[in-house]
Structures are given as structure tokens and as C-alpha cells.
Ligand binder design. Structure first.
Ligand code: FES
Ligand code: FES
Length: 162
């Protein structure tokens, strides 16, 4: 079947198996390997991307279901060499260790701040509960998201590029 999508601003059209999951289309057909696969139960969130501006686990969607959609992956978040404020906040607050969960975590966090620009710590924890991290204990991830939210209050740039 044919699938036609825009990914990080670039139009793609490909023939795919009807059963191909979107995460494998992104990784194996488009070669965008920043989107990770961490489970086979739709529970880890390592595969989180934005689809028409909404955060989704790309292992829960068939590639053909994304036909006509506008997708953004972690590769599309920075502006040239300038990291997105959320990526910068993760770096500054040591919000990662092995980094496996990080692309999905960052994509989910960007969505969270778009919906709730000034969240409480509890709202951040609840907002990211679909994303699992095996390394950090979450403390620095939450700190990073709160820092990005605080920076957004002064620069209004947290949603930039998303
Ligand atoms: S790979 Fe999608 S939720 Fe784990
Ligand atoms: S940093 Fe290793 S899984 Fe989150």
C-alpha cells in the first residue's frame, strides 16, 4: 500500500506492507533511527513522535494510518545546530543516562508543555507516565521539564520548532 507523509518538513511517498508499524517505517524505510523501540507492549514510550502536533507512540500506529499526516521525530526538533529548549533543558539538568528513552521522553515533554505550559511537578510526572526510563529515577527528567517550562515563561520559546 502507498503511504504519503510529511516527516520533519520533508514529503515522503513509499510502498509499505499494510501491517508495517509506523515506528518501523520511520526507522527502517526513512532511516530516522532516533525514534527507538523499547518494548513490544506499547508501554515504554521510546517510540513517541508527534503526529499532526499530537504526541503518539508510533508502535501503536500502522504506517498506512499515518497517510496524509504531518509527522515530527526527534531529528526534526532542533533548528539547524540549535537544540530545542527542551533538549537543552535535558542536557543542562542531566535528564538522561543511557539516552535510550530520551528521544521519546523529549517529544512527550514538548507536547506536555504545549498543553500545560506551566505544570506542577505532579503534572509533569503524570504527563510523562507513559514514558519509561530504566536509568534516571525520573528526578532529573522532571527537573529538566520544569526548567524548560520556567525558561518558556521568560522566552516563550519552549514550543518553538514543534
Ligand atoms: S516501543 Fe512503543 S511504547 Fe515501547
Ligand atoms: S536514560 Fe536510560 S532508559 Fe532513560
Amino acid at each position: 500500500m502507498k503511504v504519503s507523509v510529511t516527516v520533519n518538513g520533508v514529503q515522503h511517498e513509499d510502498e509499505v506492507e499494510p501491517r508495517m508499524l509506523l515506528v518501523y517505517y520511520i526507522r527502517e524505510v526513512l532511516g530516522l533511527t532516533g525514534t527507538n523501540v523499547g518494548c513490544d507492549t506499547s508501554s515504554c514510550g521510546a517510540c513517541t513522535i508527534h503526529m499532526n502536533g499530537e504526541s503518539v507512540k508510533s508502535c501503536t500506529v500502522l504506517a498506512v494510518q499515518a497517510d496524509g499526516m504531518d509527522l515530527k521525530t526527534i531529528e526534526g526538533l532542533a533548528t539547524g545546530d540549535v537544540m530545542h529548549p527542551m533538549q537543552e533543558a535535558f542536557r543542562e539538568n542531566h535528564g538522561l543516562q543511557c539516552g535510550y528513552c530520551t528521544p521519546g521522553m523529549v517529544m512527550a515533554a514538548v507536547s506536555l508543555l504545549e498543553e500545560v505550559p506551566d505544570p506542577t511537578e505532579r503534572q509533569v510526572r503524570e504527563g510523562l507516565e507513559g514514558n519509561l526510563c530504566r536509568c534516571t529515577g525520573y528526578h532529573n527528567i522532571v527537573k529538566a521539564v520544569l526548567a524548560a517550562a520556567a525558561a518558556g515563561k521568560t522566552t516563550s520559546s519552549v514550543g518553538a520548532g514543534s
